[in-house]
Design a binder for this molecule. Structure first.
Ligand SMILES: CC(C)(COP(=O)(O)OP(=O)(O)OC[C@H]1O[C@@H](n2cnc3c(N)ncnc32)[C@H](O)[C@@H]1OP(=O)(O)O)[C@@H](O)C(=O)NCCC(=O)NCCS
Length: 176
């Protein structure tokens, strides 16, 4: 399967929500991580699409700004989703690899994810609870993981993950 990873294109947004509904189900909006993202804009420069040679969207990965106990900015990886018919062809891993490299290039130091440990451990993610981090809601302990994009970035950093309100969208501020 041939594909390339691009910065998310303006027209991709209309295809991303249906893909997320298909891959995660509608109940995705109840999740603790959704609460961290709702009403906030993704981290600037950190939204990616896997694209077929003809331009069609095959997969999506977005990162969101978060904050660890007011001590350190960080990013939250996800949602990550790949078209069901094309899963297992390396698209998800390519999105994560590319996304983390871009995050590093843009100066991000810490990345958090809630996902399958077997999928994220090869990228260097470790258990976030054991690293001293907390999430503001229920989560399966082994799925909550963190990556030091920059070595030792978690030194002296622990506590509750919070929303990065500075990234609130104009629409959510109007509703508040
Ligand atoms: C999870 C997902 C993004 C992976 O993308 P993908 O393009 O299918 O995955 P890749 O081809 O890059 O990698 C495939 C490998 O990941 C493994 N894998 C896929 N989903 C996994 C999961 N939930 N847990 C553990 N391993 C998983 C596969 O077993 C395969 O392993 P192998 O290479 O040893 O055979 C994709 O399957 C998807 O959209 N799933 C539904 C949405 C979802 O669950 N997203 C959650 C991300 S935490």
């Amino acid at each position: 399967m041939s594909f390339e990873i691009l910065a998310e294109r303006p027209d991709d947004a209309a295809h991303i929500d249906p893909l997320l509904d298909l891959t995660f189900g509608f109940e995705r909006q109840q999740k603790t991580v959704y609460g961290l993202r709702e009403g906030l804009a993704p981290a600037p420069g950190l939204c990616f699409s896997a694209v077929a040679p003809g331009g069609g969207l095959l997969g999506t990965l977005r990162f969101w700004p978060i904050d660890i106990a007011g001590r350190a900015p960080a990013i939250l990886l996800g949602p990550l989703a790949v078209e069901p018919a094309l899963q297992g062809a390396g698209i998800g891993r390519a999105l994560v690899r590319h996304g983390l490299a871009e995050a590093k290039r843009l100066g991000e130091e810490i990345c958090v994810v809630v996902g399958a440990p077997a999928y994220y451990e090869p990228f260097g993610f470790v258990n976030a609870g054991l690293a001293g981090l907390l999430l503001p809601g229920p989560v399966e302990a082994d799925r909550f993981q963190v990556l030091e994009i920059v070595p030792d970035a978690l030194q002296g950093v622990s506590g509750m993950i919070r929303r990065a309100e500075a990234f609130a969208t104009a629409e959510s501020l109007r509703r508040a």
